[in-house]
Write a protein that binds this ligand. Structure first.
Ligand code: AMP
Ligand code: GLY
Length: 421
C-alpha cells in the first residue's frame, strides 16, 4: 500500500521512519518533507495547506493511506478533504481537531464534562478581560484562543506582563483571528507530562508517557520553544499517576467528544500538569503527534505503526495488540543559534553521515548545491539515544549530539536530568 505523510519536521521524519518498517508499506511519499526524510521517502513539494493539490496527488498516485502530521491542516479540515475524495486518512476531522484549534472550545468541553483542568474565564472583549485580570492572583496564564504556532500562551508572574500579553492578543492582534477570544486561566504548579493515545471514538489506546522541555535554556529558563528535547519513560513519576490521567482525563475526553457529535479519530495528545499532591490536570489537548514527543515514543513502539493506524480507521483499534519496549529513549534537539527568535539558515552541518547507534531525525535541514547538509529551520535535528535506562539513553544521545557540529548550534544540556534523580 502506498502512503502519503503530510508534514515536514522531525515528527514526520519519525512517523515515516516507523511506517517504513511495516511489511504492508509500499512507496512512501512525504509532502513537503525535508532533506532528511528524502533519505527514506519520496518528498513532494506541496505545502501542508494545499488541500486540492494534496488530494489530487493522492488520486494520481493511487495512494492507499494518508497520515497527517501537523496541527494547522487538521484544524483547517484536511481530513475532511481527503474523506470527501474517498481516500483513507489517519487524523481527526475538522470538528474534532477543534480540541486543539480552539482553547475556549476545549476548556468549555472539559468544564461541561467535569474533566480536571485549571479554572478559567473566556473573553471576546478587551475591557472585560482587563477588568477580570486585575482581580486575579499572580501568577496567571493568558492564552489566545486559536493556533499561534506555540506562542499564544503567556505564564505571567507580574501584572504588567499579563496586561501586555492581553493587549498583544486583543488590541494589537499579533495572532490575528486566533486572538479574537482569550482564555485567562489559573496557574498550575507542578511537573508536566505528555500522554499521547491512539483514539477512535471512545476507544483509547494510550502510548508510553513522555516529558518535553519547552524553554530554550537549561533549568527551564528563557522563552518557550516548540520543544528542546524529550524522554520516555518517566521513571520518577508513579505509574498510578499516569493511569489516573488516562482514566480521569483522556478516556472521559474521548467519550465527551463522541457525546458532542465530534468523535475523535487519530492521535489525542494530552499536555498535563501533575500537581504537588499527585493529581493530574489538563493543560492542553493537541489533535496530533507531539514534536519532539514522537521522536522518543515511536522508537519504543514494537507493534507495526501502520497496522495500528489502519485499525483506527477501520474500526478495529480495540482489538489490536499494542506492545512497547522496555528501552528508554532520550531526544536532544539541536537548534539554530537565536531560536526561537530570528536565526540564520544555510549553515553547513558536519558529522551527519556518521555511522551511529543513535537515531537522527531531521527537523530543519536541506542540502546545498554542493550536496552538503545545511541548516534550514529553528529546530534542525533531533538526536535520539536508546538504552536500558534513561542514563544510558542520555549518554548515547549527547555523544551523538556532540559529534554533529554547525556554527551557532544550541542544545540544552539537561534533557532528562530530572529522571536521573
Ligand atoms: P500550551 O500551549 O497550552 O501547552 O501552553 C504552553 C506552556 O505554558 C505549557 O507547556 C505550560 O508549560 C505552560 N502553561 C500553560 N497553561 C498553564 C497553566 N494553567 N499553569 C501553568 N503553566 C501553564
Ligand atoms: N512538543 C509539544 C507539541 O508538539 O505541541
Amino acid at each position: 500500500m502506498d502512503i502519503l505523510v503530510v508534514g515536514g519536521g522531525g515528527r514526520e521524519h519519525a512517523i515515516v521512519w516507523a511506517l517504513a518498517k511495516s511489511p504492508q508499506a509500499g512507496r512512501i511519499y512525504c509532502a513537503p518533507g525535508n532533506a532528511g526524510i528524502e533519505n527514506i521517502a519520496e518528498c513532494v513539494p506541496i505545502g501542508v495547506g494545499e488541500f486540492d493539490r494534496l488530494t489530487a496527488f493522492a488520486i494520481e498516485k493511487n495512494i492507499g493511506f494518508v497520515v497527517i502530521g501537523p496541527d494547522d491542516p487538521l484544524v483547517g479540515g484536511i481530513v475532511d478533504a481527503f474523506e470527501v475524495k474517498g481516500i483513507p486518512v489517519f487524523g481527526p476531522r475538522q470538528n474534532a481537531a477543534a480540541i486543539e484549534g480552539s482553547k475556549t472550545f476545549m476548556k468549555d468541553l472539559l468544564h461541561k464534562y467535569k474533566i480536571p483542568t485549571a479554572a478559567y474565564e473566556k473573553f471576546d472583549n478587551y475591557e472585560d478581560a482587563q477588568a477580570y485580570l486585575l482581580k486575579q492572583e499572580l501568577p496567571i496564564v493568558i492564552k489566545a484562543d486559536g493556533l499561534a504556532a506555540g506562542k499564544g500562551v503567556t505564564v505571567a508572574f507580574a501584572l504588567d506582563e499579563a496586561e501586555s500579553a492581553l493587549r498583544d492578543i486583543m488590541v494589537n492582534k499579533v495572532f490575528g483571528e486566533a486572538g479574537a477570544q482569550v482564555v485567562i486561566e489559573e496557574f498550575l504548579a507542578g511537573q508536566e507530562m505528555s500522554i499521547l493515545a491512539f483514539v477512535d471514538g471512545e476507544i483509547v489506546r494510550p502510548m508510553v508517557a513522555a516529558q518535553d522541555h519547552k524553554q530554550v535554556y537549561d533549568n527551564d529558563q528563557g522563552p518557550n520553544t516548540g520543544g528542546m528535547g524529550t524522554y520516555s519513560p518517566l521513571p520518577h513519576i508513579a505509574s498510578s499517576i499516569i493511569d489516573e490521567a488516562i482514566e480521569t482525563i483522556i478516556k472521559p475526553t474521548a467519550k465527551a467528544m463522541v457525546a458532542e457529535g465530534r468523535p475523535f479519530r487519530g492521535v489525542l495528545f494530552a499536555g498535563l500538569m501533575i500537581s504537588p499532591d499527585g493529581t493530574p490536570k489538563t493543560i492542553e489537548f493537541n489533535a496530533r503527534f507531539g514534536d519532539p514527543e514522537t521522536q522518543v515514543v515511536l522508537p519504543r513502539l514494537k507493534t507495526d505503526l501502520l497496522e495500528i493506524m489502519l485499525a483506527a480507521v477501520n474500526g478495529t483499534l480495540a482489538d489490536i495488540p499494542i506492545e512497547w519496549s522496555e528501552e528508554a529513549a532520550v531526544c536532544v534537539v539541536l537548534a539554530s543559534g537565536g531560536y526561537p527568535a530570528a536565526y540564520s539558515k544555510g549553515i553547513t552541518i558536519q558529522g551527519l553521515d556518521n555511522k551511529t547507534d543513535a537515531l537522527v531525525f531531521h527537523a530543519g535541514t536541506a542540502k546545498n548545491e554542493a550536496g552538503e547538509w545545511v541548516t534550514n529551520g529553528g529546530r534542525v535535528l533531533g538526536v535520539v539515544g536508546l538504552g536500558q535506562n534513561i542514563a544510558e539513553a542520555r549518554i548515547s544521545a549527547y555523544r551523538e549530539a556532540d559529534r554533529i557540529q554547525f556554527e551557532g548550534k544550541h542544545l540544552r544540556t539537561d534533557i532528562a536530568a530530572k529522571a536521573l534523580i
